[in-house]
Design a binder for this molecule. Structure first.
Ligand code: HEC
Length: 150
């Protein structure tokens, strides 16, 4: 009996992998409204803008660039989970629609997560070398977000 199960196990695993490919993640994003986008409406140097685009926009905006492996389940579920949770907490694409109080609070959180090295997520920088922040780049973003708190 045990041998029988062991014999079929790889096939069951393979079949499961094939079947979950039919569960596609929803990659449709709301249209970009540049009148409320953070980078479009903030005075920011090109260097900092590209740091933020590369390191943060893939989970905190409507401009997520999904990598090829986001098409392969179950990795796709994991990527989608990060994007959904990230954008729910903080959305650069809707920043302009936040109240001043909320905007300030989110900027303070940005400073905190950068100081604590919680963001960008490690699993993300592992696969996205362009999103890795040097100590200097991290500090420049901390100063930048601090300077935008009103
Ligand atoms: C790979 C996806 C991903 C990237 C890239 C990313 N974040 Fe996040 N972010 C998340 C997720 C998921 C959460 C919610 C869960 C958590 O707090 O860990 C979050 C939460 C946050 C929060 C809310 C923190 C809190 O205490 O609630 C802020 C602010 C934030 N991120 C800022 C940033 C900034 C700034 C960057 C770029 C330097 C960045 N994130 C890059 C996924 C990401």
């Amino acid at each position: 009996m045990k041998d029988q199960i062991l014999k079929y196990l790889p096939w069951v695993a393979l079949a499961s992998l094939v079947i979950i490919q039919f569960f596609r993640i929803d990659k449709v994003q709301p249209p970009i409204d540049s009148s409320v986008d953070f980078l479009e409406n903030t005075s920011v140097s090109e260097v900092e803008a590209s740091l933020i685009k590369n390191a943060c926009y893939d989970c905190h905006s409507h401009e997520v660039k999904y990598p090829w492996y986001a098409n392969v389940a179950p990795v796709s579920f994991w990527v989608k989970g990060h994007v959904d949770n990230g954008v729910k907490k903080f959305n650069f694409s809707e920043f302009g629609s936040y109240t001043q109080k909320k905007a300030n609070h989110k900027l303070e959180e940005c400073v905190e997560v950068l100081e604590d090295k919680r963001m960008p997520l490690k699993s993300f920088t592992w696969l996205h070398p362009e999103a890795r922040l040097s100590g200097e780049a991290r500090q420049s973003l901390i100063d930048f977000f601090n300077s935008k708190i009103k």
